[in-house]
Structures are given as structure tokens and as C-alpha cells.
Design a binder for this molecule. Structure first.
Ligand code: HEM
Length: 225
């Protein structure tokens, strides 16, 4: 049977040959395990691709295009966090079997994840350049969003992106605890300590600090009933 145009366009045969065939699997759940990881890598590639376009857009003051790109990344990250939950259906003993076949592989080596960590720096740099061109600081915007609504909209969607990424890391952390327990040493030391520390990291710390600046000046006032 010749391939349909649908199959040829999406390269379905190649795509479906990228997961281990049934006879090579170490456990029935390995297809799910491999698929979730592969899909997550594709989503991270798509998120990074948005960054390659939204950074030049921000530099050209095409702020709505940049905002739309960031919003798409936010939606991708939310999806990535939700997908993580599929692996919560796996019993620890299933992962125990699969892990044996992972060699020394670790999520720390995920190229998509590491690329996104690097690319997020380009986003904050572009945002800071845009703020400088418009003569406002992130702190000014937090104090008064009406100073520059389009830049405020970008700052807010960057917070969305950061929040969704932290949630993804948190979901992953809880998944890992659920599967391997909280105290199990892994190939790289105590993984839970490492993941807990990393889950606190932010892409865009400047934007979170700008909020602190506002509330540092807070003084309680008279009760108004
Ligand atoms: C059964 C499911 C999973 C288990 C048991 C698991 C386990 C772990 C562990 C123990 C670590 C800490 C580093 C190490 O000791 O190797 C880690 C890190 C990581 N894993 Fe997973 N993982 C799972 C699913 C996933 C999935 C679906 C992804 C998809 C992207 C992923 C991506 C990562 C990333 C990016 C890191 C580094 C995290 C960071 O730096 O914050 N993991 N994983």
C-alpha cells in the first residue's frame, strides 16, 4: 500500500519507528515512558523555535508579535506539565525495570531543556533592551502598568512563562518522589535535593524582584471599612 499524503507529510512511519518495538521493551509501560519523553523534547524544540522569532520581534518593537510568541510558549509549558501526569500512572516497579535499560542517561542531559534554559537569557536581554528604548524599568512598570501597556503585557506573559516552567519542574519533582521516593540516591547524588533547588530557579528573576521593590515600601494604613 502506498503511503497516504497524510503519512508522507507527517512522516508517520519514521515517527512511529522511533519507539522501541514491543519485543525490545523492558516493561509494558516503556512505550508510554519513551513517548512522553519524546513528545516533551518536541515541545521544548517548538518553544525554543518561538524564541528565535520573538527576540528579533521584540528588538523591532513588534511587541504584540513578541507577546503572542511568549503566550504560545506558556501554553506549551502548561501542556508539558500536564503530560507529566501520564507517568504518575506508572508503578515504581515499572520504572525500576525501565531504569535498568537507561544506562547512565539522566534528565539533566535533556538537550531541549538545556537549550531553553540558555534561550531564556536572550528573552530577558531583549526585554531589558526594549525597556531602555522606551525609558522605563521593570520596576516602573510594576508601579504603574499604564506607563507602557504593551511592555507591561510582555512583562506579564513572561511571568506566565516563568510560572508554568516552575510548575512543570514542580510536577516533575513530585512525580520523581512518587516513583523513586524522597531519599533514594541516584547516579548524580541526592536527586530530590537537586530537583527541589532547581524548581526554585526562575527564568526572569528581574521581573519577580521588581515586585519586591514595590512591596518593600509597603506601610500598613488605616483600616477602611
Ligand atoms: C518516571 C518518570 C521520571 C523519573 C523517575 C525521573 C527522574 C529524574 C531524576 C531522578 C532526576 C534528577 C537527575 C538525576 O538524578 O538523573 C531528573 C531530572 C530531570 N528530568 Fe526526569 N524523570 C522522569 C520523567 C521525566 C520527563 C517525562 C521529563 C521530560 C522532559 C524529564 C526531564 C528531566 C529534566 C529536564 C531533568 C533536570 C531537571 C532540572 O534541572 O530541574 N524527566 N529526572
Amino acid at each position: 500500500m502506498p503511503l497516504t499524503e497524510y503519512e508522507r507529510y507527517l512522516r508517520v512511519p519514521e515517527l512511529l519507528s522511533l519507539q522501541k518495538p514491543e519485543e525490545s521493551r523492558t516493561h509494558d509501560d516503556e512505550l508510554l515512558f519513551q513517548s512522553v519523553h519524546q513528545v516533551e523534547e518536541i515541545w521544548m524544540k517548538a518553544a525554543d523555535d518561538e524564541i528565535t522569532r520573538l527576540v528579533p520581534a521584540m528588538d523591532k518593537d513588534e511587541l504584540e508579535a513578541a507577546r503572542a510568541g511568549l503566550h504560545r510558549i506558556y501554553l506549551i509549558e502548561k501542556l508539558m506539565g500536564d503530560q507529566m501526569r501520564l507517568l504518575e500512572t506508572m508503578a515504581p516497579v515499572a520504572y525500576f525495570a525501565i531504569r535498568k535499560g537507561l544506562g547512565h542517561g539522566s534528565g539533566l542531559e535533556s538537550p531541549g531543556f538545556n537549550r531553553l534554559l540558555r534561550s531564556s537569557k536572550k528573552v530577558i536581554d531583549a526585554f531589558e533592551r526594549a525597556c531602555a528604548r522606551h525609558r522605563v524599568t521593570p520596576e516602573d512598570l510594576v508601579r504603574d502598568p499604564t506607563l507602557n501597556r504593551p511592555l507591561w503585557a510582555i512583562a506579564e506573559v513572561m511571568i506566565d512563562v516563568d510560572e508554568a516552567f516552575q510548575s512543570f519542574r514542580y510536577r516533575h519533582l513530585v512525580l520523581v518522589k512518587r516513583i523513586i521516593g524522597a531519599g533514594t540516591p541516584s547516579l548524580k547524588g541526592n536527586p530530590i535535593d537537586l530537583l527541589e533547588n532547581n524548581a526554585k530557579k526562575m527564568f526572569f528573576p528581574t521581573l519577580w524582584r521588581a515586585r519586591e521593590a514595590l512591596f518593600n515600601d509597603f506601610v500598613p494604613g488605616e483600616l477602611k471599612t
